[in-house]
Design a protein. Structure first.
Length: 158
């Protein structure tokens, strides 16, 4: 299928804002809220937004603490410089269960990762796997005691 890049208009922006807040809204409800009353028109716009990369995926936000995953950490990682070290480390980190985010940074720290586990013992197993990656020089972990704001993309003006 040929992808056609179409510039976003105000309707598209409103649709994105609504999906960001609640991706379970029906096409009819989205249309009502943005002022386009044809569900097929909303469906087509959403498909074009997906094809053009504005929407990466639609997913649920799960409260992992309710499932017993209450030990959350941020770990800073310094890599050993070499050919493709960034891609090599990132690929290895992405495969470790419990690592929920991997960020490459500028500065003296190369990566920041976030982990979610049930206990410090479970995190210790994650840390053992991180430490076994030959391309990693060292790591430094912080435990998150309380989260006040997280992934609040609603605060970004579209």
């Amino acid at each position: 299928m040929l992808s056609l890049v179409i510039p976003m208009d105000e309707f598209d922006r409103r649709i994105l804002k609504l999906l960001r807040e609640d991706a379970t809204l029906s096409l009819k409800e989205i249309g009502k809220r943005v002022g386009l009353y044809s569900p097929s028109a909303i469906s087509k716009r959403i498909e074009v937004l997906r094809m053009n990369g504005y929407i990466k995926r639609i997913t649920a936000t799960i409260d992992y603490t309710k499932m017993g995953f209450s030990f959350v950490t941020l770990t800073m990682i310094r890599g050993k410089y070499g050919g493709n070290y960034k891609e090599t480390i990132a690929e290895k980190l992405k495969k470790i269960p419990g690592i929920v985010s991997v960020y490459f940074l500028l500065g003296d720290i190369d990566f920041m990762i976030q982990t979610v586990s049930k206990s410090k013992e479970d995190y210790s197993k994650i840390l053992d796997r991180i430490s076994s990656i030959a391309e990693i020089e060292r790591s430094d972990t912080r435990t998150i005691l309380q989260t006040y704001k997280e992934m609040d993309f609603g605060s970004v003006e579209i």
